[in-house]
Every structure is written in structure tokens, then in C-alpha cells.
Design a protein around this ligand. Structure first.
Ligand code: UD1
Ligand code: CA
Length: 467
């Protein structure tokens, strides 16, 4: 482990001033995951011996979000700079079993694990004390510039704030990702100081320190698109767009049709089976999983939901924490939420809301209906405009509708209530009592018809207006 392996320190303690947020930057969402989640996955994927996460600003929230067996938290109570973060980590680094330590910044989520291992391999091959992951940026503003001395040797990293006009023209930049041999790092860490224009302990100052001690500093020029740092919300949106396009391309390669990849919003952890077609403007959020051969019309949002195979979701549906089984059809304009479960071949049509309810195989609720806390059996039909009155002002009460029931249009089912197997309820009924199986329940005011009433009324009106 000690000879071949490496450990990773992730810097994440900063206050993210440019984000202008109460929340730490790494707790902001990016394509359905926390920003910090990306670099942690990269670190795990790269096979680090140890992963240290430096936390500081809102440390408890950070711990809560990122606790996992492989991550060791190090608290940097005062954030005096990226170099200070390593000074605080010193006791851990003394005990670290690896002879190589890679420093990652928490706000560069596009970095791939294989790039980290390549960086380490280059570091070892070059017998360097420090290897900087550099890129060439068309617009290098904001990055530390790589300053080379005689023989092109890396002499220093100069931060934007203190760079001279000539240095600002350098396009070779520091990605913030650096690889160190542990021994020289620990030997010279104490030489960092706050005696610079930023009045911070800058990790990047170690490069000049190493240069002075004639320790070798190498540069590893890696892919620029992996190095994008997120310092403000505009960059958050840019990176989000890049991630979405990357995800879209991966899905299309796996046989998913996307009507318009640039206007489809699919989070990183979403999975979709082949031959599923996703309409324009669809958002698939969180841990949503779609089977194969599904068709999603435009502008639906599915969050943490599961669709079986061959499911149709028509235009503008909102489906949250719900499950739709194979062959079912939903929408347009339907709302499933809070653990709604639609069985195989169920049909839920327009302006239907289903909350915490189950519909058995082949059942239908096609128009203008609310089903809350309801258990509906198989092959049951819920008439248009039916409502389960599940809330009595204090508690939510259950409605049970058994198999092969026919609920007439415009029913109020006042819960708790049960409709037995094979029964019918008349249109416009307000059902307050249990309906046994195989029955017809009519619960509405009998109709009174008064022949000639209308013309009588009109006559009366004419008479009155004359007087
Ligand atoms: C840093 C680099 C810069 C590089 C750029 C790439 C330094 C001094 N500068 O600048 O050369 O081009 O990244 O994106 O390293 N942090 C702590 N403790 C602190 C201060 C910061 O843990 O006391 C963490 C932050 O939370 C962040 C990371 O370090 O995750 C980088 O800090 P940030 O302020 O974003 O540095 P940049 O200005 O981007
Ligand atoms: Ca940054």
C-alpha cells in the first residue's frame, strides 16, 4: 500500500464568498447530487488509500452530508487559506500510510478518477517532489498561473490577485489539483506564511518553496474540461450544462432517444432502459429509474420515481416518489406523489392527482379525480370527477375500493370507507357508509321535476316588470 498507493486530501473548508450563500458551496446541488459528492466519488473511484476531507464553514452540515466509512474529516476551524488547510491536516498526514498525497479542490466536479491515477503515475515517473495538474485555458482569469524559469522548470504558481500584467498573459494554469511526495511536503509545510498580498497560507506557494530547495516540480498537462472550478453560480450553471450533455450522450449511446438533448434535464443518478423516448423539456430528477420502451411526452418532471417497461407518460405530468408499473399510462397533466403506486396497465388520465394510493392492475381513473390514502383493487373504474374525502381536518383516513368496482362519475367517497368487490356507486353519490360487495349504492337527493315551471317563471317575470 505504502509503495504503490496514494492518499487524497480534498479541500472543502472555504466559505465560498463568491457564491454569496449561507450554505457551504459543496452542499449546493449540481445535476441532482451535492457538489461535494462528485469529488468524493472521484477520490473513491481512483482507489485512494485514505480520503481526508477538510471541512470548516458549517462543519456539522458537511459531516452530515458526506459521512461514509472511507472519508476522514479534518476540521479547519479558521480558514486561513489552502496551505493552512494542509497545515491543519499535518497530524493526519504524519500517520498517512501512502508516500504520495494528492490534493483535490472540492469545487472541481468534472475530474475523472483515471486522471488522478495518471497524475500520480506521472509524478512517480518524473521522480518529482510535486506535480501540478495544469491546463491551458483560453481565458485564464481567476486561475493561478504557472511561471517557468530557466530550462522551462516550474518556478512558481502566481495567483490572479498578485500576478503582474505579463504573468496574467500566461495561459498555462493551476487546476488546484496537486500531487506531492509526502516527505518533502511535510518537511517544508512549515515554511508557508501569510506574508503575501492575500495574507493567506497559499498551498500554491509551496511550488516556489520547493524550487528554492531544488526539489523537482513537474507539470502534468491534463484535460481542460475536467478542471473547471466552480467559484460562482454562473460557473455552477455552466458545469451543470456540461454534465447534462455528458449524461445525455451516454444515454443516447445506450439506446435512449432524447427529442432534444439540450432541453432535457436528466440528473446524474438517473437510469433509463433502451428504446425509451424522452420528450423535450422533460426533467428526470434524483434517483429516478425508467424501464425500456417507455414514452415520455414533453415537459414532465419525474423525481425519485420508478417506471416499469412500456409506460406512457403524456405531456406535463409531475411524478414524485412514485412507482408506475409496466404498460401503464399517465397524463396528460397528472400528478402522482408521496408513494403513489400504479399497477400494470393502469390508466390515470388528465387532471388526476394520486397521493399515497395504490391502483391495482388494469384499474382506471381517467378524468379530474383525487385519490388520497386510497387502496384501489384490480380492474376498477373510477368515474370522472371522483374525490376521496380523506382529510377530516385532523387526520388522513383510508378509502378501500376493491376489485372490479364501478365508481360513478362525480362521487365523494368520505373516508374511512370501503366499497366491496364488484359493486357500483351511482353518479353524483356521496358515499359515507360501507358498500358491501356486489351492490349498487345510490347516495344523492332524489330528483324532483316540475313540468311547466320554466314558462311559469318567465310569465311571472314579465308581469312584475310591467307593474
Ligand atoms: C485555487 C488555487 C488556484 C487555482 C484554482 C483552480 C490556491 C491558493 N489557489 O484558487 O491556483 O488556479 O484553485 O480552481 O490554492 N479551502 C479550504 N480552506 C481554506 C481556503 C480554501 O479548504 O482556508 C478550499 C475551498 O473550500 C475550495 C478550495 O480550497 O474547495 C479552493 O479554494 P478557492 O478559494 O476556491 O481557490 P481558488 O481561488 O479557486
Ligand atoms: Ca475554486
Amino acid at each position: 500500500m505504502t509503495q504503490e498507493g496514494f492518499s487524497i486530501v480534498i479541500l472543502g473548508a472555504g466559505k465560498a464568498t463568491r457564491f454569496k450563500s449561507e450554505r457551504p458551496k459543496l452542499l449546493h446541488e449540481l445535476a441532482g447530487r451535492l457538489l461535494g459528492e462528485y469529488v468524493l466519488r472521484t477520490a473513491t473511484g481512483a482507489g485512494a488509500d485514505r480520503i481526508y476531507l477538510i471541512i470548516g464553514h458549517k462543519a456539522e452540515e458537511m459531516r452530515k452530508a458526506f459521512t461514509r466509512p472511507e472519508v476522514k474529516f479534518i476540521e479547519q476551524k479558521e480558514q486561513l487559506g489552502t496551505g493552512h488547510a494542509l497545515i491543519v491536516a499535518r497530524p493526519e498526514l504524519e500517520r498517512c500510510p501512502s508516500n504520495v498525497v494528492v490534493v483535490l479542490v472540492g469545487d472541481a466536479p468534472l475530474l475523472k478518477p483515471e486522471t488522478v491515477t495518471k497524475l500520480v503515475a506521472t509524478h512517480r515517473k518524473q521522480h518529482a517532489a510535486c506535480t501540478i495538474f495544469t491546463t491551458r485555458e483560453g481565458n485564464p482569469t481567476g486561475y493561478g498561473r504557472i511561471v517557468r524559469g530557466s530550462g522551462k522548470r516550474v518556478r512558481a504558481i502566481v495567483e490572479e490577485k498578485v500576478a503582474s500584467a505579463a504573468q496574467k498573459k500566461i495561459h498555462e494554469v493551476n487546476t488546484g489539483i496537486l500531487c506531492f511526495s509526502r516527505r518533502p511536503l511535510l518537511a517544508h509545510l512549515a515554511e508557508l506564511s501569510q506574508a503575501n498580498a492575500q495574507k493567506e497560507f497559499l498551498l500554491t506557494d509551496l511550488v516556489a518553496i520547493f524550487y528554492r530547495h531544488r526539489l523537482k516540480v513537474a507539470a502534468f498537462e491534463g484535460p481542460a474540461d475536467e478542471a473547471h472550478g466552480i467559484n460562482d453560480r454562473a460557473q455552477l450553471a455552466e458545469v451543470e450544462k456540461m454534465l447534462r450533455l455528458r449524461k445525455a450522450r451516454a444515454l443516447m449511446a445506450e439506446g435512449v432517444t432524447l427529442a432534444d438533448p439540450e432541453r432535457t434535464y436528466i440528473d446524474e443518478d438517473v437510469t433509463i432502459g433502451p428504446d425509451t423516448e424522452v420528450g423535450v423539456g422533460v426533467s428526470l430528477r434524483g434517483r429516478t429509474r425508467l424501464g425500456s420502451g417507455c414514452r415520455l411526452g414533453p415537459y414532465s418532471t419525474l423525481t425519485d420515481s420508478i417506471l416499469g417497461d412500456g409506460v406512457t407518460v403524456r405531456q406535463s405530468c409531475v411524478i414524485t416518489n412514485s412507482e408506475v408499473n409496466s404498460g401503464a399510462a399517465v397524463g396528460p397533466f397528472a400528478h402522482l406523489r408521496d408513494g403513489a403506486v400504479l399497477g400494470t396497465d393502469v390508466k390515470v388520465g388528465n387532471f388526476v392527482e394520486v397521493k399515497k394510493s395504490t391502483l391495482g392492475r388494469g384499474s382506471k381513473a381517467q378524468h379530474l379525480t383525487y385519490l388520497g390514502n386510497a387502496t384501489v383493487g384490480e380492474r376498477t373504474n373510477i368515474g370522472a370527477g371522483t374525490i376521496t374525502c380523506n382529510y377530516d381536518g385532523e387526520t388522513k383516513n383510508p378509502t378501500v375500493i376493491e376489485d372490479e368496482v364501478f365508481i360513478g362519475s362525480g362521487n365523494m367517497l368520505v373516508a374511512p370507507v370501503r366499497i366491496g368487490k364488484g359493486s357500483y356507486t351511482a353518479a353524483g353519490s356521496t358515499i359515507t357508509k360501507e358498500v358491501p360487495p356486489d351492490s349498487l349504492a345510490i347516495a344523492r337527493t332524489p330528483q324532483v321535476t316540475k313540468p311547466g315551471w320554466a314558462s311559469e317563471r318567465k310569465k311571472g317575470l314579465t308581469h312584475n316588470s310591467k307593474s
